[in-house]
Design a protein around this ligand. Structure first.
Ligand code: FE2
Length: 378
């Protein structure tokens, strides 16, 4: 196991004109069993604020969506109102999980044409939606598993979220905890499928590969995985893609694939400017984190060198540290946030580092394996 943290920078695909300019993540939509209670959880535990709503009160008869916001992050939580819907089927198969990773673009029609021309499977033809606040254009394509990308063009819209939603004013406003934007979102795909999806993001969406990790980087005595990180032209969208690798026991990616019944979003990494304050607040509000053993902190400073923070609060909270050529980063991972051991969150603070914490993988995976052991799924 190589514990140095220099990423292997591989520009395996040539630079070309960016045929799919993306301004950022527009929103992330989760299909969940109980959107009303999930909204309360994300407000209470993660400090999100109420933004918008659609459902019976807005004339929507088959589903209900709550939209939450914290700085640049928008979460949409959707549940069906009746049986026999595609949303219900998704939840039955996958449990709660990410359905839509929506991307904010200037031209949703062109985004659809350019990606489908290059082989993307259409999910939604470009459609104009209007209300008294203007109009948006949206379109969509399929990605791994049942997950989709929806392109949102909102330059002619000044409503609270999207047409069809009404503003959701709530008396309950738990304080935000400093989550600022989505740093990256990781997909778990099946055995031997990593390169298929790396190729998809390169060929269909014009992304380039930043980093790759193989099973020599990411393995413990028991389990292994492989990962490649894909990024769009301006670097605002980063999608690491994982696949399981052979190990002596079942890897966390395999466990995910079993319980999610296929490929899907494994974790959403959200950035903060003060990870100590953010994680202290999350922990106080009941969010559970993976813990590495205390011995991690005996040697971490030798590996990462000088940092601005005191080690003691990092150790107390279980925050991990890693360094690359450009700086360092602080990160921590929640336990899964639904009954199935599937999706979780990462909290990350970057202090110059542009990598993903490779130096922490081994300690982290051993922590995950202890959890798997308790679940009887190792
Ligand atoms: Fe991550």
């Amino acid at each position: 196991m190589n514990l140095t943290s220099e990423p292997t920078i591989e520009k395996v695909f040539p630079e070309a004109e960016d045929f799919l300019p993306i301004n950022g993540t527009d929103y992330v939509e989760l299909y969940v069993g109980n959107s009303k209670q999930a909204a309360h959880y994300y407000k209470t535990a993660f400090g999100f604020q109420s933004l918008a709503y659609c459902g019976l009160e807005t004339g929507v008869k088959d589903r209900e969506s709550y939209v939450l916001v914290q700085d640049k992050i928008r979460l949409v939580l959707t549940s069906p109102l009746i049986g026999g819907t595609a949303i219900g089927e998704h939840i039955d198969k996958h449990g709660d999980g990410v359905k839509v990773v929506a991307l904010w673009v200037d031209d949703a029609t062109r985004s659809f044409k350019e990606t489908t021309k290059r082989g993307a499977k259409a999910f939604m033809e470009p459609v104009v939606e209007k209300d008294e606040h203007g109009e948006i254009i949206k379109s969509g394509i399929h990605t791994y598993g049942d997950t989709v990308h929806i392109f949102i063009e909102r330059k002619n819209y000044n409503g609270v979220f999207l047409p069809g939603y009404k503003s959701w004013d709530s008396h309950y406003k738990p304080s935000p905890i400093g989550l600022k934007y989505i740093d990256h979102m990781v997909g778990n795909v099946g055995w031997g499928e990593m390169n298929t999806w790396v190729d998809f993001y390169a060929r269909v969406m014009g992304f380039t590969q930043l980093i790759s990790f193989d099973d020599k980087d990411i393995s413990t005595d028991y389990t292994a995985l492989m990962s490649k990180v894909m990024s769009n032209g301006n670097g605002r969208i980063k999608f690491p893609i994982n696949e399981p690798a052979e190990g002596r026991k079942k890897s966390q990616v395999e466990e995910y694939l079993d319980f999610y019944e296929g490929a899907g979003v494994q974790h959403v990494a959200v950035a903060t400017d003060n990870i100590i304050e953010t994680v202290t607040a999350l922990r106080d509000r009941g969010v559970e984190f993976l813990r590495v053993p205390g011995v991690y902190y005996d040697t971490v400073m030798d590996r990462v060198g000088e940092i601005d923070e005191d080690l003691e609060p990092l150790k107390e909270l279980g925050i991990l540290i890693d360094r690359d050529d450009e700086g360092y980063l602080l990160q921590i991972f929640t336990k899964p946030v639904e009954p199935r051991p599937t999706m979780f969150f990462e909290i990350i603070q970057r202090k110059g580092a542009k990598s993903f914490g490779k130096g922490n993988f081994k300690a982290l995976f051993e922590a995950i394996e202890r959890e798997q052991e308790l679940r009887g799924t190792l």
